[in-house]
Design a protein around this ligand. Structure first.
Ligand code: ATP
Ligand code: MG
Length: 517
């Protein structure tokens, strides 16, 4: 096969933020029809580089070329004009609009010639819907132009973003951590779509922290660290351990080391719990279980089987229909999140931007969000700045939160570092129960290693842990017992040592166990 031709070149890209050199003389290139994975630890500068390519940020130095043409990208509009499309990790769709309306949004000026009230506008919508249908078929995207975006699962919303980029004739597609929010099945669908795109000559830049994924789908892999490119390699020349070391600059133990659990008294008792979802449908249908001090119970299940509603109920964020929740022998059914927190609960929420952080607050403030009013942070109603400061500095160091200062807005941190702020706060409080929902989503391998160790250390100090994760590997390696959830019910609960990945997969897909352990 002939060498693929070069589509895009970025040379010497440099970008500063206050106190951070986010991109330091970065070189990056992309070939026609290639899948180029961009890898690097949290805060390495990946999103910044891609935001520059999409015209959202302007570099202070460097050049971007397509063929021999130098590009001046002052806005995403310029990028789109040059065939560059981007799907952000947090989608930018309007939930109450249909797929077609979302795709038309921002492209209306293409039809500026038509007066606003002209029937052409209506005709356009039909035309756009037709084209969406066509693109959807051509690339196997399975997107219904008439569907309301807010009703669609995350995986399909992501495909709408892809259609949106293709509709604008993208030849270069940037996907920033596309699989972080997908179930393994949805991720497989996405890979299939990405291959279709590349067969048709589209080039794809793929950011991810999942090394298995990188090795499975990338043609080339570029690794960044501290704003610089460390190197470019291929899946044939490398492996998981080597990539991990390139990313974080040291050896990473990818396997979790832990001794058997020694559980004691019951901490969380859930009895015949029923919970409805946002649409009023029953999402949790009579779930009972308990978690003891000194053990990790993992909840395994395909996303959308009631995990979200279960965790929301167990943290006071969602009303229970019936059943009881007891924490430390206190009946907390129907109580507020504050009551749960005060009784000894730490919660790492699934949606970090909605439930975990106040993005406009500083890192120091977010790190005391649950106990700012208590000593040592609050004394007689006055915030103790000194305690706040030393607390923040300690956690920033322990959890390796990459930031120039504790006093910048948390929303300015890279995605993974925002996650680390929540995890640091929740795992450092004196609690009896930790409910961790996707605790390592978006984290680099080095940070995952650290957080897994912390969770196990908490267990060994006698904390009860309820772990919910879409990553079967994470459940298998951390949990002492695993409960499988399917259609809002627990199918079975087993000891982790007594089960295989395959067996769990079958139960997660609805197979009935022969005997219940
Ligand atoms: N708008 C901004 N203002 C200030 N600093 C920023 C801004 N955007 C990014 N940074 C900083 O630039 C650095 C690189 O961030 P970037 O988001 O590019 O990292 P990343 O490689 O995408 O990391 P992650 O894997 O965590 O998403 C970080 O130190 C971050 O705090
Ligand atoms: Mg990023």
């Amino acid at each position: 096969m002939a060498e693929k031709s070069l589509t895009l070149e970025m040379r010497g890209i440099t970008k500063n933020f206050p106190g951070v050199l986010a991109n330091d003389q970065v070189d990056f290139d992309l070939r026609e029809g290639e899948i180029h994975a961009l890898l690097g630890e949290n805060g390495a500068g990946k999103s910044t580089l891609m935001n520059i390519l999409y015209g959202l940020y302007q570099a202070e130095a460097g050049e971007i070329k397509i063929g021999t043409e130098a590009l001046h990208l002052d806005s995403p509009r310029d990028a789109i004009r040059h065939g560059i499309g981007m799907v952000h990790q947090h989608f930018m769709l309007i939930p109450v609009f249909s797929v077609t309306e979302n795709i038309m949004l921002g492209a209306e000026t293409d039809h500026r010639a038509a007066p606003n009230d002209s029937p052409l506008v209506r005709l356009d919508r039909r035309e756009v819907a037709r084209r969406v249908q066509q693109l959807s078929q051509e690339y196997g995207l399975e997107v219904d132009p008439k569907a309301i975006v807010g009703d669609l699962p995350v995986g399909v919303q992501q495909r709408v973003e892809i259609v949106k980029a293709l509709y604008r004739q993208a030849r270069i597609l940037i996907l920033d951590e596309p699989t972080a929010v997908l179930t393994p099945q949805e991720a497989d669908d996405l890979f299939r779509i990405v291959h279709k795109l590349t067969q048709r000559g589209v080039s794809v830049i793929f950011i991810t922290h999942k090394l298995k994924e990188v090795l499975a789908i990338a043609d080339r892999i570029t690794v960044m660290r501290g704003g610089k490119v460390v190197g470019t390699t291929t899946p044939q020349e490398t492996n998981e351990n080597q990539l991990a070391a390139m990313m974080v600059g040291r050896e990473v133990i990818l396997k979790v080391e832990k001794s058997p659990a020694h559980p004691t008294s019951q901490v969380l008792e859930v009895d015949h719990l029923h919970v409805r979802d946002v649409r009023g449908l029953e999402a949790v249908r009579g779930i009972s279980f308990n978690v003891r001090a000194g053990e990790i119970l993992g909840i395994a299940g395909v996303q959308g089987n009631g995990q979200t509603e279960l965790v929301e109920a167990l943290t006071g964020l969602r009303r229970c229909e019936s059943g009881t929740i007891k924490l430390q022998n206190h009946d907390l059914t129907g109580k507020t999140p504050r009551a749960f927190t005060e009784t000894g609960l730490a919660h790492i929420p699934e949606d970090r931007q909605r439930h975990g952080l106040v993005l406009s607050y500083t890192i120091a403030d977010n790190l005391v969000l649950c106990d700012y009013y208590k000593p040592p942070f609050g004394l007689r109603g006055v915030i103790q700045q000194q305690s706040l400061d030393s607390h923040a500095r300690q956690l920033i160091q322990d959890f390796d939160i990459r930031t120039p200062s504790p006093y910048i807005a948390t929303g300015k941190l890279s995605g993974g570092n925002q996650q680390k702020v929540i995890v640091a706060r929740e795992l450092s409080r004196p609690v009896q129960l930790v409910i961790a929902n996707q605790p390592t989503r978006g984290l680099d391998v080095g940070s995952i290693e650290y957080i897994h160790k912390e969770i196990i250390a908490m267990r060994d100090r006698g904390v009860a842990v309820l772990l919910v994760s879409a990553e079967l590997d994470e459940i298998m390696s951390l949990a002492d017992r695993i409960a499988v959830i399917y259609h809002g019910q627990l199918v079975t609960t087993v000891n982790t040592t007594a089960v295989t990945r395959e067996q769990l997969g079958l139960w997660m897909a609805g197979a009935q166990p022969e005997t219940t352990a």
